[in-house]
Design a protein around this ligand. Structure first.
Ligand code: TXE
Length: 489
């Protein structure tokens, strides 16, 4: 069955393009999918435009739009196992992680089915009894939604659910490396009854289809999650037509640990924060900033447990960590290990591919810890998106905060301490979009997610994640029209 979806029809690429998908756990091609070109991207944008302009989706009553989201949530749960299995083969992540993703995505669809029904329109008292003045919310229009490969279904759903709830029409472009769960999501949306043209899907490389999706005059909004360099290009590409653009561009996230913590718990929080999904998480706790007096003990604890993380295919029961997503990405991570060594950081554990003969065909990489780092190092400053922990030390709270904020990113950060007031003080001082106190990683659909500074602009999830997809409009109705009297002639 073809994998592009335009105007309610599944079709192959207009120019016949295809792409092989590689299972990162064994390096083998497991499937070939259609690969769009600019021709397909243009057709998808125009289909979305037609469906928006003729009102088929934006004029659908909000209760019906909410019902479609709920049906999609039910279908996601019906297909939970199949979808999780697909995500695991595509990305390499473990089945447990993929199942969690499907459940989280389901929750997001259900959340926006409720949230879109919360009344936000309001009347304004303009001081004239004959005037009815109200502020209403309308969909933005045609939205192109571009997602990365680390959480393919999840990142796309954070965009699709609020965009559709608000009445927009959409063109989805998943990462070319991991498109399969997005294809399935579109099938479910079609099964749930979304009108033809409201949801369109193009698979393909960013260079081929990206310019159409981000600069076409028929597109009103671009929502992008991915790397900083690509995000900057997208902001430039969207500038000429002054589109609304939301970007989430990753992070270099501090995890600040004070000496008053329970050491074993802190070791576990650090380990989970940085090595989950092999560090391929935009909010990964890659920068450990630890109080000097416990630094040696904490690093020793992390270094003792990191090599015990069980690698393998994400489909294998008991496996705790899968491979990196691609050979190219592993090469990038390896290059950063070389950079760290050249900069004088002290390699404590990892730093190489695992020796296990059973893992040689996949793109595995050992959890890596670099001690005695400082903030001038590239290994500390630049996102590498691999399983690499860097360790910096501090002696005062002020120093810890200064280090935690000394990054051009601002997505997420954390503080671990037994002192409640100190936890709140540090959380208040950290300039990051999410801050965890005595935890690392959790999020909920009700709470906004997004970055400060170069981690991006705009927010996903929560009420603000819906507001991104709405325009406000002021409607002024004069019930007793009369001459204004400004001009006397
Ligand atoms: O991402 P890209 P890449 C970071 C991470 C990683 C780096 C590069 O550090 O190593 O980015 O990864 C589409 N117009 N993150 O190169 O290019 C592309 O097809 C429109 C952080 O894989 O940003 C894919 O769908 N779209 C991030 C999406 O952009 C374009 C998660 C993301 O790919 C495009 C992933 C163009 N010109 C990587 N070029 C996070 N924030 O969580 C590419 N794309």
């Amino acid at each position: 069955m073809p994998e592009l979806f335009v105007a309610g029809e599944w079709r192959s690429a207009a120019e016949g393009g295809t792409r092989d998908l590689v299972d990162p756990a064994d390096g083998q091609v497991f499937r070939t999918v259609d690969e769009a070109s600019a021709v397909d991207a243009e057709a998808a944008v125009l289909a979305a435009r037609r469906c928006f302009d003729d009102g088929r989706w934006p004029a659908t009553p909000v209760a019906e739009r909410a019902a479609l989201l709920r049906r999609t949530a039910d279908l996601l749960q019906r297909d939970r196992e199949e979808t999780a299995h697909t995500e695991t083969i595509d990305t390499g992540k473990t089945l447990a992680e993929s199942r969690t993703d499907v459940d989280d995505v389901t929750a997001v669809f259900r959340y926006y089915a409720e949230q879109v029904l919360v009344e936000v329109d309001r009347t304004v008292d303009v001081g004239r009894p004959e005037v009815v003045s109200r502020v209403v919310h309308v969909p933005v229009g045609v939205c192109t939604l571009i997602a990365p490969w680390n959480y393919p279904l999840l990142q796309m759903s954070w965009k699709v659910a609020p965009a559709l709830a608000a009445g927009n029409t959409v063109v989805l472009k998943p990462s070319e490396v991991t498109p399969l769960t997005t294809v399935h999501l579109v099938r479910l949306l079609a099964e749930a009854g979304v009108p033809d043209g409201a949801v369109n899907l193009v698979l393909g490389g960013g260079a081929a289809v990206g310019p159409v999706l981000t600069s076409h005059p028929a597109v009103d909004l671009v929502s992008f999650t991915g790397g900083l360099a690509t995000g900057r290009g997208i902001l430039r590409s969207a500038a000429d037509t002054v589109k609304r653009v939301t970007v989430e561009l990753g992070g270099k996230n501090p995890n600040i640990v004070f000496a008053d913590v329970d050491l074993d718990t802190a070791v576990d929080v650090v380990l989970t924060g940085v090595f989950l999904h092999s560090g391929q998480v935009c909010s990964s706790g890659t920068r450990l900033i630890v109080e000097d007096s416990i630094a040696d003990a904490l690093v020793a604890g992390v270094a003792a447990r990191a090599p015990r993380i069980r690698f393998g295919s994400g489909l294998t029961e008991g496996v705790e960590s899968g491979p990196l997503v691609s050979a190219a990405h592993r090469e990038k991570v390896e290059a950063y290990v070389a950079i760290g060594l050249a900069e004088g950081a002290q390699l404590v554990t990892g730093g190489k591919r695992p020796d296990d003969p059973a893992l040689q065909r996949g793109f595995f990489f050992e959890p890596t810890v670099f001690d005695h780092c400082d903030r001038s190092m590239r290994i500390v400053r630049e996102e590498n998106f691999g399983p690499i922990l860097t360790v910096e030390r501090f002696t005062t709270e002020a120093e810890a905060v200064e280090l935690g904020n000394d990054t051009e990113y601002g997505l997420a950060g954390a503080v671990q301490t037994a002192d409640v007031e100190r936890g709140e003080r540090v959380a208040a001082a950290l300039r990051h979009g999410t801050v965890w106190i005595n935890d690392f990683g959790p999020y909920v659909p009700q709470a906004e997610w997004g970055g400060m500074r170069m981690s991006g602009n705009g927010r996903e999830l929560g009420p603000a994640g819906l507001a991104e997809y709405r325009e406000t409009k002021h409607v002024w109705r004069n019930t007793a029209p009369a001459a204004a009297g400004w001009f006397k002639g």
